[in-house]
Design a binder for this molecule. Structure first.
Ligand code: ZN
Length: 395
């Protein structure tokens, strides 16, 4: 298998046909020719190659247009598998996914907080190898890695992973050498956005934004099915959107960044502050350091202080969202990450704050949803990095 690209299996026309079958299958050869404006002989040749490669398969017979019933074509979703890796601040999730995002197996490993580059790369390689060894009959075509922090997606390098304090990790190069297959590396919020657009929203949506709210806050923007990186790769660093001039100091050095107010740790800190100031709450009985999850549980149990804290965080997130809508005007917004688990306690104030601030009535109808991919958002996003290259004709 040729390293670093899918050229061994695709050409421009073949990608167009493959994508058509993925989106519209079951579909006949005649329909493909009609809708892609490729000639029937071209479609015939390409379909034959795709069948031989195992990327598509023939399905049931379609409705006759007054002659022999046409054979329908569908994506062979089980024909190939992809490894998706989500590197979070404290653990790595490895998954095996088919071409439709069905997870066949997974592995979760804790990261030693004092880990260094060499050991980290070894951990990645071993986790991938372990999963592959457990499924010797599967054919793998690529590895996607969603990495927290700043990533050079083109070179496949983790530039800076703040929670692990690691820098300049050559992930793509190392994994391509070890596994001789296509490897894509991307920031986790951006991968999440692509995964949501690929597996949830559907690529028909022209523009969408996915906001990942956890230890930090990041966003990924998908425009016409493609991730937007910006000139220096920092597009979507909305956790550092400055929202309070007199706010707390952020890890980036600025004051009043969104993530000093609405990230998981910020929510926990706020609860602790208000309890220390003498406010009553069931959280005051906690002996462990508070977490955002505890605040959510307290809110569910009816605790007024916990509800007020989530409402405040949600309001700031809604203001940030209104800012994003005014800048970017997406058709769809997905909210994922640990804080999204607070469900309506966070979504309602977000919607309220957003709707009351956007300047154009129709923008108030921007669809905002909580992620349904839950804990698998970033790892499936990593899978989508590989899929989008396999299926998209332009790459
Ligand atoms: Zn900041």
């Amino acid at each position: 298998m040729q390293r670093g690209s899918f050229q061994w299996m695709k050409s421009l026309n073949k990608s167009i046909i493959l994508n058509k079958i993925r989106i519209d299958g079951p579909i006949s050869r005649a329909q493909i020719a009609k809708e892609t404006e490729l000639t029937p002989p071209t479609v015939g040749t390409m379909v034959k190659e795709l069948l031989a490669q195992g990327l598509i398969k023939e399905s049931q017979l379609g409705a006759s247009q007054g002659g022999r019933k046409p054979t329908m074509l569908v994506l062979h979703v089980q024909g190939f598998h992809i490894i998706g890796v989500d590197v979070g601040p404290s653990q790595i999730r490895f998954i095996i996914s088919d071409l439709a995002g069905e997870i066949a197996d997974e592995l979760l490993q804790e990261i030693d907080p004092s880990i260094e580059n060499e050991a980290f790369l070894k951990m990645l390689k071993q986790g991938i190898q372990l999963l592959m060894n457990q499924h010797p009959s599967l054919q793998f075509i690529g590895i996607g890695v969603a990495m927290h922090g700043v990533v050079d997606a083109e070179q496949g390098i983790s530039i800076f992973a703040p929670n692990l304090d690691l820098r300049d990790i050559p992930i793509k190069e190392t994994l391509e050498q070890s596994f001789a297959m296509n490897v894509k590396v991307e920031n986790d919020a951006k991968a999440l956005a692509l995964g949501e657009s690929w597996f949830q929203v559907g690529t028909a949506e022209k523009s969408m934004i996915a906001i990942n709210i956890g230890q930090g806050i990041g966003a990924g923007m998908v425009i016409d099915g493609k991730l937007y990186h910006g000139e220096h790769g920092i597009a979507g660093e909305i956790g550092h959107m400055m929202i309070d001039l007199r706010g707390k100091k952020c890890s980036c050095g600025n004051h009043g960044c969104l993530q000093t107010i609405a990230s998981g740790p910020a929510i926990a800190d706020r609860a602790q502050e208000l309890i220390d100031a003498g406010n009553s709450s069931i959280l005051a009985q906690q002996h462990m350091p508070l977490t955002a999850e505890m605040v959510h549980q307290a809110a569910v149990a009816g605790d007024e202080l916990a509800r007020a804290i989530l409402h405040e965080a949600g309001t700031y997130l809604g203001i940030a969202l209104a800012n994003l809508i005014h800048t970017f005007n997406p058709g769809f917004v997905i909210i994922g990450g640990g804080v999204a688990k607070a469900g309506s306690y966070i979504l309602e104030p977000i919607m309220e704050a957003m709707k009351s601030r956007v300047i154009y009535d129709r923008a108030q109808d921007t669809v905002v949803q909580l992620s349904k991919l839950s804990d698998y958002g970033s790892s499936l996003g990593a899978v989508a990095l590989v899929l989008s290259e396999l299926f998209q004709p332009e790459t």
